[in-house]
Design a protein around this ligand. Structure first.
Ligand SMILES: Cc1cc2nc3c(=O)[nH]c(=O)nc-3n(C[C@H](O)[C@H](O)[C@H](O)COP(=O)(O)OP(=O)(O)OC[C@H]3O[C@@H](n4cnc5c(N)ncnc54)[C@H](O)[C@@H]3O)c2cc1C
Length: 294
């Protein structure tokens, strides 16, 4: 298939990029690392006339601790997230997911913003963003609006972001003490493979050795978008964080998902893996609560 011809521009500011998007409408496509977009263009799935590169928009890069939370620029790469001390200490689930993704080459190009905006059910950074209550800033001609990570993706490849909006910030609010988080995944091969099923968990204890005060569990690749495992979360609240609690919660999680058969896995295998991964994610998240923060 012949690849469509397109022009590329590199605006130096968010304002200039938005102005171009507003002018060209759906004929323009934003590019960050290009690991998804260039593939989609090669396969003829997307045929932009103009590609708007964010590469020169410096304000969209970087990881900053602010008011106990963390602000992450959407151009931050998976390689940067995986090794950042602040991310590893306060939102380790995200560092887990970023360290796991693709290959070193992919992680050096692939951005956090691109992974969220591409909106695949298997996007590995989405479950950690959802369990850690991330808030996304979408900037467009009408100003900035904020959307919870859990409400951002609406269907495979679809989000609430409009064509003339850019994802400009991902904020992780401060989490309570005695919080821990983790991300686990299963794939057909050890690397450069799309996730069959993933699970991210965050738990907050009442005190160092106390009961579970709050819990979030999100599953990837078992529904059209990453989904919260609500029955699983409910079963955890007020319980003692031990093996039997985690086993029952993991069973509840497999009832929360709606997997499909596809070429990577059968639906039934995905359901079994949800149980395994949720139990592992909860166990790792618990171990991390002992640090006193996330
Ligand atoms: C070999 C290989 C292995 C991979 N392995 C994995 C894996 O293990 N796990 C996984 O989750 N993914 C994987 N991916 C997919 C991909 O690398 C990620 O989804 C990546 O994070 C996308 O980021 P990007 O910067 O390359 O996005 P791009 O390709 O630049 O953009 C993706 C989409 O997001 C839009 N976009 C990007 N940034 C913004 C923004 N700031 N505002 C508005 N719209 C924006 C673009 O318009 C485009 O529609 C893999 C890809 C390859 C090629």
């Amino acid at each position: 298939m012949a690849v469509c011809k397109f022009d590329v521009i590199q605006p130096a500011s968010v304002e200039a990029a938005i102005k171009t998007l507003a002018e060209f409408g759906p004929k323009a496509q934003v590019i960050a690392g290009g690991t998804d977009l260039l593939r989609d263009i090669r396969l003829g799935l997307k045929q932009p006339e103009l590609v708007v590169s964010l590469d020169k928009v410096e304000q969209l890069r970087g990881i900053q601790a602010n008011d106990g939370g963390i602000d992450i620029g959407p151009l931050t790469t998976m390689a940067e997230l995986a090794v950042d001390d602040c991310v590893r200490q306060t939102i380790p689930a995200l560092a887990d997911a970023a360290a796991w993704m693709g290959s070193p080459q992919v992680r050096n190009r692939a951005t956090f913003g691109g992974n969220l905006c591409n909106a695949r059910p298997c996007a590995d950074s989405a479950p950690p963003a959802i369990v850690c209550n991330a808030i996304l800033s979408l900037t467009g001609p009408r100003g900035i609006r904020k959307v919870a990570a859990g409400e951002f993706m609406t269907a495979p490849g679809k989000t609430v972001k409009l064509a003339d909006e850019i994802l400009t910030n991902i904020r992780f609010p401060k989490l309570p003490p005695f919080t821990g988080s983790a991300f686990k995944t299963v794939t057909n091969r050890k690397a450069v493979e799309i996730t069959i099923t993933s699970a991210s968990a965050r738990i907050t204890l009442e005190s160092k050795d106390g009961r579970i005060a709050d819990a979030r569990v999100c599953l990837g690749s078992v529904a059209p978008t990453p989904i919260r495992a609500r029955a699983c979360e409910k079963s955890l609240i007020g319980q003692s964080p031990d093996e039997s609690t985690f086993k029952s919660a993991a069973q509840a999680a497999s009832g929360d998902c709606k997997p499909i058969d596809d070429l990577r896995s059968s639906a039934i295998y995905r359901s079994w893996m949800v149980e395994v991964l949720v139990e592992r994610a909860l166990t790792t998240a618990l171990a991390r609560t002992k640090r006193g923060a996330a």
